[in-house]
Design a protein around this ligand. Sequence first.
Ligand code: UGY
Ligand code: MN
Length: 260
Amino acid sequence: MTVKTGPVDADVTTRNRSITKPGLYSILPRGARVLSTIPTFVKTSAQVMTTPALGARFTEYELLIHPGGGTRAPIQDEFEHFLFVIEGEVTFTLGETEHAFTQGGFAWLPPNSRFALHNGSDALTRMLWLRRRYEPVEGVPVPAPIVSNEKDVQAEPEDTYVEKHLIPYDEELGFDMAFNLLIFEPGIYFSYVESHIMEHGLYMLDGRGVYYLNNDYIEVQKDDYIYMAPYCPQFFYATGWETGRYILYKDINRDYIAGL
Ligand code: UGY
Ligand code: MN
């Protein structure tokens, strides 16, 4: 008889920490995430964390790219893309140019960019991949692609914590998404409870803390994923001994008239 085991880091706590409250938020710990096969990739599994099935206006996956894996063929479509290396190495090809991505490497791509991913290393590579429909603004140019590493982006004070803006959306109105890295020393917390129209996709990169979400207090830790719907009241308090860091998607710089 073959005994089936769960994900390597699953334990009773992990199995019981998933929460989905449609219209408010969802928590997807790493040990609870189920693997999907995406036909545009080979030797790669996707953990599908947010899609319109949750009411979101974007999709966000964690890609697990095994050695020799990556895109089956270059991808070129009508979406804007954001890619971020959580762990490992990958060759990212944009047009004809190859970039060696290591941990923290990232790219923002406007619609119709042609790109490919290939894991030439002998270890697993874990990446975040977010897609959404770009919202053009008449008279405002569509920004050029960004290819960089978070280590090369300056951290600036923001509220009570510090933040890195991986996409310079405050300098260029053409960007309709933010990807910010928020950094909290233990004990640091927001100065107020936020409630806003913007959605969030949040990935805990390091540390731990307590997330307040619509009157629930939830302990979160490295590798947890949180989706926050518009107007979900939110507040974070960093706990533990390590610096806490999370990478956060947010829609910005546009008028909210869809549905009028
Ligand atoms: O910018 C933000 O909306 C951010 N402070 N929200 C969050 O981290 N939940
Ligand atoms: Mn927020």
